[in-house]
Design a protein around this ligand. Structure first.
Ligand code: MZP
Length: 511
């Protein structure tokens, strides 16, 4: 006979946190939201952590280049979707990695003989106002000087003039040499009041450029996720069909985190995939597995010691109809609580800490807080990011309101990519597990996330916690009755209007 679990399948909205002692020396600003994304071995530090416990869903309508850049700049991680060709996914990863770094390869270059008119066109098309001059016009040619939009007057100078007539030649350019640290390079920029510092190799060829604006920008984003070379961090999703071809390309493109994207990760296919990646790329690569919703699923995924983090959730996503279509899944709170319990037992038994990701179904900021209190190390969200300016879909006006399209990865729309990438629909899709929908546009990712994170930190102060580890240890949760849910909203009053701040805060209810 089938086993029937005695408790009901529960969601986050059925729980509330009980406040605990708030200490006088605590402030919202000092709450640390850093969280591990890789397994933490006994007496070791995690190999990879995020500065805020939020990653974007591996979905076409969510995690493109712009969103991954915007999220990394705020301290989280974008997970570029795998429902696209290997080349285009690797290209997205490359674009995030090259978006901004301390040392950038020069993207717009010219020669000394080029006409001014052509340089002006190059500056206009690229948006770059500083262009290195090299002997062959490439990013690695012999460096001859710099030309900037301050070196000529477009409407006064003869545009047939050669670049050499206007450029600042190498003798007058302040430059650094290969091996210089970023700090030293920024010091040179500061000391000489320059905006751009070319870095040359020993033979005088151009290696890279360092810009003042990147330094200023970094200071404005203190939680920015940067790798050792000061490039933005990015994750990428994998499927269990083509990982042997996909993983090498993603790693070559500089990806920081890999993650299997599946509604059901409790499969031998995924286990084989994780083992293959470990065997071929070693222990350093950060790999996530999932999704699972039970202790049994967790034990399976960690059994070969290959996985770094585990994603929890099935059927809770806002666009997901898996539970309706197939009768499998679990309430997100019940799933997370069971897996957290098993993860903690495993930690006591082995000393190995496996970070957990609560994936999907988070309907508002409060639910993010509850997921973290219950023991998730970070959350993955789709709808939240689909609603922002930076998601890859075009905004659309419907009845005077602005919306963005948002669709599940289990829709025909998402799965059609295979038809265009390899000329065939390799697996016929018999039914859909997701829907195609619209979500309201809420503004820039930075603005929305600022409110969310402020609320998360504020609740943590209510619990007396200054780190996420501290938060889940101290959290005391209670189940709520339907009546107390009613009591939690406004009661017996008439509201004339809701202000913008309140609407933003309630992003979950705007859809
Ligand atoms: P949400 O944040 O929009 O509620 O949920 C996003 C999550 O839903 C994704 O991270 C993924 O786990 C899941 N998802 C994506 N597509 C589908 C589908 O088509 C789905 N069924 O369930």
């Amino acid at each position: 006979m089938a086993t029937i679990i005695s408790d009901t399948s529960r969601t986050f909205s059925e729980y509330l946190l009980i406040p605990r002692l708030t200490r006088k020396n605590q402030s919202i600003e000092s709450v640390d939201l850093r969280s591990p994304l890789s397994v933490v071995e006994p007496n070791e530090l995690p190999r990879f952590s995020v500065n805020i416990p939020i990653v974007s869903a591996c979905m076409q309508s969510v995690s493109g280049t712009s969103l991954s850049i915007a999220l990394a700049r705020q301290g989280g991680l974008g997970m570029v979707f795998c429902s696209q060709s290997i080349e285009s996914q690797a290209e997205m990863v490359r674009q995030v990695k090259s978006h901004k770094a301390g040392f950038v390869t020069s993207a717009s270059n010219t020669t000394a003989d080029t006409r001014l008119e052509e340089v002006i066109r190059l500056m206009r098309e690229s948006g770059h106002s500083t262009v290195p001059v090299t002997d062959d016009g490439t990013a690695t040619g012999k460096f001859l000087g710099l030309i900037t939009d301050q070196d000529f007057w477009e409407f006064e100078d003869d545009l047939d003039n050669k670049v050499c007539k206007h450029m600042t030649s190498i003798e007058d350019v302040i430059f650094g040499v290969d091996g210089i640290s970023l700090r030293e390079a920024n010091n040179l920029l500061h000391r000489h009041k320059k905006d751009c510092l070319p870095i040359l190799d020993a033979a005088g060829n151009l290696s890279s450029l360092v810009f003042k604006k990147d330094y200023v920008d970094h200071r404005r984003h203190p939680l920015e996720m940067l790798d050792d070379s000061k490039r933005l961090c990015v994750g990428a999703a994998l499927n269990t069909h083509d990982y042997k071809e996909r993983v090498p390309e993603l790693i070559a493109a500089g990806v920081d985190v890999l993650c299997f994207d599946s509604s059901d990760g409790f499969t031998e296919y995924q286990m084989e995939g994780i083992a293959w990646i470990r065997a071929n790329f070693g222990p350093e690569v950060v790999i996530g597995g999932g999704n699972i919703v039970s202790a049994e699923g967790f034990d399976f995924l960690i059994s070969e010691l290959g996985v770094d983090f585990v994603k929890v959730g099935m059927g809770g996503g806002s666009i997901c109809i898996t539970r309706e279509q197939k009768g499998v899944g679990r309430g997100q709170a019940s799933a997370l609580l069971e897996v957290v319990h098993r993860r903690d037992e495993y930690f006591s038994e082995t000393g190995r800490y496996i970070p957990l990701c609560s994936d999907g179904g988070l309907a508002n900021d409060t639910q993010i807080v509850i997921a973290l209190a219950m023991g998730a190390d970070f959350v993955m969200m789709g709808r939240y990011f689909a609603m922002t300016d930076e998601s890859p879909t075009p905004k659309t006006s419907i009845n005077g309101q602005m919306y963005k399209p948002y669709w599940g990865e289990g829709t025909h729309r998402a799965q059609n990519w295979q038809r265009y990438s390899d000329g065939m629909s390799s697996r016929k899709m018999m039914f859909e597990e997701g829907v195609d929908a619209y979500v309201p546009l809420v503004g820039s990712l930075a603005e929305v996330l600022e409110t969310t994170l402020y609320k998360v930190r504020s609740t943590m102060v209510n619990i007396g916690a200054n780190s996420l580890a501290n938060f889940r240890e101290s959290a005391v949760l209670t189940r709520v009755s339907e009546q107390s849910v009613v009591e939690a909203g406004t009661t017996n009053v008439f509201q004339f209007s809701r202000n913008r701040e309140f609407e933003e805060a309630e992003w979950g209810n705007t859809g």
